[in-house]
Design a protein around this ligand. Sequence first.
Ligand SMILES: [Zn+2]
Length: 290
Amino acid sequence: AITISAVKFATGGANLAASLPRIVRLLSEQEQRYGEFAGDSYVCLFHGATGGMEYANATTTSESALRHEVIHSWFARGLTPASQADGWWDEGFATYLDTGERCEWLDFRAPPVELCSRRTFQRTTARRSYEAGSRVFRGIAAVIGPERLLDAMRELYTAQRGASVSTPALEAHLVASTRAVELVDVFHRFVYGFDDRVPGPRLRVEALDAHPLGLTGSVRVRVANDGGDRCRHFVVVITAERHEAIAAVAGFELAPGRSQTMSLRWLRDHEPPAHERLIASVYERGSDAG
Ligand SMILES: [Zn+2]
């Protein structure tokens, strides 16, 4: 059971009698969609201003921002962005959910957009997280469909509840969970803000652990750049024989002639049978399977 309280200032205009059942509805709506609420109480202060702010099991909000703030109990507080540079994804996803989960194809002729700087010492959430961030999720929904996006985010929430999720981890999860490697292009241009390189890097991947891959819960691969240009961003995917992606990891900044060793963990419940042959592939912007 969850204890829900709603309060306002004596002079505040919010309608508490109508708001309490609305909060109950909103909480159970998200619970059905994404999994169990992370706390045992929820406190809502109607602050008499516009907008809102989410906290752990609580919000200070206006009535109009309430749904957005409740959604943050799953995406922002249930799963937390790993750093301020990752703060775009919870705002982008909450905005996407609260504005009708529409599909919108991204325009790859448009200039790149940086939502995630990957800078450790960034201390503010990028202002464009809401609009450009929700556009990324509408673009992902256009590629894989809103239902598969919802399934993948539910899977992420149930597997990682209480943990923090970085942007590369989110990308790797979406690619592994949906097998849609086109999402590498989406993250490349509209999340990390990278442009396309001509002629571009040339990547090669080899598995380092000979066998049996299934027993360790993870696999190590080496990715080498044989091309003449730096690779700014790539994703390694491990696929089982029955063509199911079971693990993915994102990498960055691989100079020509250099290689990088990476470790991939299986998605929960996606452990391959020990005898199954596994295929490692690496994807960069615009690449076919490599
Ligand atoms: Zn928000």
